[in-house]
Write a protein that binds this ligand. Structure first.
Ligand code: FO1
Length: 304
């Protein structure tokens, strides 16, 4: 069965690895967020696509949750000493990938083709597609002003409370080649346990992707990124409380109104009743086996 996963980095990437460990080779297509992308020190960085690539290829630093295992930071320290930006930490191993991507993009190779070439180099059988090849950037409106995503998330350590999120360029963005066809061909569509505002929001802000989900024939199942009403990592619980009024499963499903048929939630979040099908399981992916079990359970729910 062909499966499409909409995903950010981090938890989404770990869930993607669980799916890849479960599904037959070639059955998984991942549509990745590009709203976090940035240009820094002359290179184009696609953090979520890279977390997916590194995690699936076994290259990720599992503890940090982003970047390469065994990383060193000499180039960054040197750039910093010459007055360059060093708040966004690019490691020596990581920079190699950004150099290759940036060179190809400057030669007008679209991001989807660049990503396909990088995936091919790892020998992975899953497909990773950027949601769009067009420029789409997440900005957050906070109590301290409006910031491009990484300026707020990394540079300001996501300390300022968020009132709103804007996806610059979304109105004109078209789905990357292969995205709509993958959604039509899918036997199941899954939404990773990623931040609905910051990771999945930019994907759904591409109107043709949202419309494809609204008119889906396959079931669509999301996995809640909350455990006991708390984000496993990152600012989601604070954002949901402030922007949606709470951190229950209903507050998560409200982010996906009309787009999902079921939500997989953690045992710690089970409510007495709900408007939508809720499947309860253990969602914490503390190791690769736990991610595979969550993927298996989510696929069962998707198959009805
Ligand atoms: N996250 C940080 O918290 N600090 C960093 O300096 C940082 C650098 C970085 C470099 C490459 C990359 O692929 C990811 C990186 N991340 C860093 C993670 C990233 O900012 C976020 O986790 C994602 O954008 C959210 O999914």
């Amino acid at each position: 069965m062909k499966v499409v996963l909409l995903s950010g980095g981090g938890g989404g990437a770990r869930f993607a690895r669980g799916l890849a460990d479960t599904l037959p080779a070639g059955d998984l297509t991942i549509v990745g967020n590009v709203g976090d992308d940035l240009e820094i020190l002359g290179v184009h960085v696609s953090p979520d696509l890279d977390s997916l690539l590194y995690t699936l290829a076994g290259l990720i630093d599992d503890e940090r949750g982003w970047g390469r295992a065994g990383e060193t930071w000499n180039a960054l320290a040197s750039a910093g000493s010459w007055g360059g930006d060093d708040w966004f930490r690019l490691g020596d191993l990581d920079i190699g990938l950004h150099l290759v991507r940036t060179e190809l993009l400057r030669a007008d190779v679209p991001l989807s083709e660049v990503t396909a070439r990088l995936v091919e180099k790892t020998g992975l059988s899953s497909r990773i597609l950027p949601a769009t090849n067009d420029r789409l950037r997440t900005h957050v409106h906070t109590t301290a002003g409006e910031f491009p995503f990484q300026e707020w998330f990394v540079r300001r350590a996501h300390e300022d409370d968020v009132d709103d999120v804007r996806y610059e360029g979304a109105d004109d963005a078209r789905p990357a080649p292969g995205v709509l066809q993958a959604l039509v061909d899918a036997g199941a569509i899954l939404i990773a346990p990623s931040n609905p505002y910051l990771s999945i929001g930019p994907i759904l802000a591409v109107s043709e992707i949202r419309r494809a989900l609204e008119s889906r024939r396959a079931r669509c199942v999301a996995v809640s990124p909350l455990v006991g009403g708390k984000a496993v990592s990152g600012p989601l619980d604070r954002m949901l409380s402030r922007m949606a009024g709470g951190t229950s499963p209903a507050h998560v499903t409200d982010c996906y109104l009309g787009l999902i048929d079921a939500l997989v939630i953690d045992e710690a979040d089970a409510p007495a009743e709900a408007d939508i099908q809720l499947a309860v399981t253990r969602t914490l992916m503390d190791d690769r086996d736990a991610a595979r079990r969550l993927a298996e359970r989510t696929l069962e729910v998707a198959c009805g």
